[in-house]
Design a protein around this ligand. Structure first.
Ligand code: CMP
Length: 138
């Protein structure tokens, strides 16, 4: 399996609820190296650009509203097979369908307020990491 990088976000709901440390512990316990980490209040432009692939979908406005309501934690993670592995640790997008013990099952409320984000492919990971981090930060 290749060493990969992925972009992880602890979303506003989980940060506001005080679950940042527990989620970072899950990341470290699962063997990820945290290459870069920053707490940031996203602007509309940050969120709209980051989620540009979802523009035009019914949930886009709600998604941007949610992602800008309070600070998030942005992380660039690295490990073998990082993209799939972080998605496994997060669980299904909809917390109701997520496996027990996953981030979204433990800390998500519904498909919109679902505690965390992860890149879904190598190309999107490269775009998403570069959207928030300069090369010199990694
Ligand atoms: P995320 O992995 O951050 O990528 C896009 C987000 O859109 C997704 O998590 C969900 O939180 C959010 N979203 C809101 N409503 C929906 C929906 N009906 N289907 C898919 N994603 C949704």
């Amino acid at each position: 399996m290749p060493i990969e990088r992925t972009l992880a976000i602890i979303k506003p709901d989980a940060v506001a609820a005080g679950n940042t440390g527990k989620i970072i512990s899950m990341i470290e316990e699962n063997g990820f190296k945290i290459l870069a980490l920053r707490k940031q209040q996203l602007t509309r432009a940050d969120a709209e650009g980051f989620y540009a692939v979802h523009k035009g979908k019914g949930f886009f406005a709600e998604l941007v509203e949610f992602m800008t309501e309070a600070p998030v934690i942005l992380m660039a993670l690295e490990r073998e097979d990082a993209i799939v592995k972080w998605r496994d640790v997060m669980g299904a997008t909809n917390p109701e369908k997520a496996e027990a013990g996953t981030v979204r099952k433990l800390y998500g409320a519904n498909i919109g307020r679902n505690a965390s984000h992860g890149s879904d492919a190598p190309e999107t990971a490269a775009f998403e990491i570069s959207w928030f981090f300069r090369g010199s930060e990694l």
